[in-house]
Design a binder for this molecule. Structure first.
Ligand SMILES: NC(=O)C1=CN([C@@H]2O[C@H](COP(=O)(O)OP(=O)(O)OC[C@H]3O[C@@H](n4cnc5c(N)ncnc54)[C@H](OP(=O)(O)O)[C@@H]3O)[C@@H](O)[C@H]2O)C=CC1
Ligand SMILES: O=C(O)C1=N[C@H](C(=O)O)C[C@H](O)C1
Length: 244
C-alpha cells in the first residue's frame, strides 16, 4: 500500500515515516509538511494518508484527501462533534475511509476502556492530562474522549455529576468541563504524553495512569490503522474499532 504522511517533519510524523519505511507491506511515497503542496500526494499515487499536523490544518487536508479518493488515518487532535459531522458529510457516498483516533497507543486506549468501566462505581471522577509545552490544544484529544466515555458510563448508571462544594475560586482552578467531567491540563518541559483518571468513593480512590514515554508508542497503532482503513469506508472514531 502506498502511504503519504502529512506533518512528515513533525515529532510524530517523523516516527511514522520511519515505521512505514520499515514495514514490508507499506511504501512511503510522499512526505508533506508546511510549504509543500498537497498535490504531491496525488502525484505520488498515495492510497492512504497519515495526518499528524495541527488542529488548524487538518480539516483542509482531509477535504483534499476525500475529494481525491485517498483514505486517511488521522492522529491530529482538535475534533469536536461539529467537525466529525462535517467529515461524515464529506465522506457520504465517497467510498473513502477516514479514521480519527485521539490516541494510537495501546495503553491510552486501555486507559479509556478501564476508566469507562470503573466510572459507574465511583461518586467522583476527574481527569488530569500532562503534556510537553509545545502542544497546541488543551485539554488533549485523549482527555476529551476519556471524559466523554466516562460521562456516558456515569449517565447510563444513573449517577449525578461529581460532588463539588466550590463556591469561590480563581478562574481555571477547577479545570475545564467536558460533559460534566472536570479535566485539568498540565504543560511541562520534559513530559511527552500522560494521563491520570482519578476516581473517588467513600473511603477509597482509584487512579488509572498511562504514560507515553516515547512517540514510538503511537506507531504500531498507526500501522494497524493503515492496514485496516481501506476496508472501512466512512468515518471511524477511535482505534479501538480496529482492535480485536
Ligand atoms: N492521536 C495520537 O495518538 C497523537 C496525536 N498527536 C497529535 O498530532 C498532532 C501533531 O503532533 P506533533 O507531531 O507533536 O506536532 P509537531 O508540531 O511536532 O508536528 C506537526 C507537523 O505538521 C506540520 N504542519 C502544520 N500544518 C501543516 C499542514 N497544513 N500541512 C502539512 N504539515 C503541516 C508542522 O510544521 P510547523 O512546525 O512548521 O508548523 C510540523 O512539522 C497534534 O494535534 C497532536 O495533538 C500527537 C501524538 C499522538
Ligand atoms: O500532542 C501530543 O503530544 C499528543 N496529542 C494527543 C492528544 O491530544 O490526546 C495524543 C497524545 O496525548 C499526545
Amino acid at each position: 500500500m502506498r502511504v503519504g504522511v502529512l506533518g512528515a517533519r513533525g515529532k510524530v510524523g517523523r516516527e511514522v515515516c520511519t515505521a512505514v519505511s520499515a514495514a514490508d507491506d507499506l511504501t512511503l511515497v510522499a512526505q508533506v509538511d508546511v510549504g509543500d503542496e498537497l498535490e504531491a500526494l496525488v502525484e505520488a499515487g498515495a492510497q492512504v494518508v497519515v495526518d499528524f499536523t495541527h488542529p488548524d490544518a487538518v480539516m483542509e487536508n482531509l477535504r483534499f484527501c476525500i475529494d481525491h479518493g485517498i483514505h486517511a488515518v488521522v492522529g491530529t487532535t482538535g475534533f469536536d462533534q461539529a467537525r466529525l459531522a462535517q467529515l461524515e458529510d464529506w465522506l457520504d457516498g465517497s467510498g473513502v475511509g477516514v479514521l480519527v483516533a485521539p490516541n494510537f497507543s495501546v495503553g491510552a486506549i486501555l486507559t479509556m476502556r478501564f476508566a469507562a468501566e470503573a466510572a459507574r462505581y465511583y461518586e467522583s471522577v476527574e481527569i488530569v492530562e500532562l503534556h510537553h509545552p509545545d502542544k497546541a490544544d488543551a485539554p488533549s484529544g485523549t482527555a476529551r474522549r476519556t471524559a466523554e466515555l466516562v460521562a456516558r458510563a456515569r449517565a447510563e448508571a444513573g449517577l449525578a455529576v461529581s460532588p463539588d462544594a466550590t463556591s469561590t475560586g480563581l478562574p481555571g482552578a477547577r479545570g475545564a468541563e467536558v460533559d460534566g467531567v472536570r479535566v485539568h491540563a498540565v504543560r511541562l518541559r520534559g513530559l511527552v504524553a500522560h494521563q491520570e483518571v482519578l476516581l473517588g468513593g467513600v473511603g477509597e480512590t482509584l487512579t488509572i495512569r498511562h504514560d507515553s514515554l516515547d512517540r514510538v508508542s503511537f506507531t504500531p497503532g498507526v500501522l494497524l490503522a493503515l492496514r485496516r482503513i481501506t476496508a472501512a469506508p466512512g468515518l471511524t472514531v477511535g482505534l479501538e474499532a480496529f482492535l480485536d
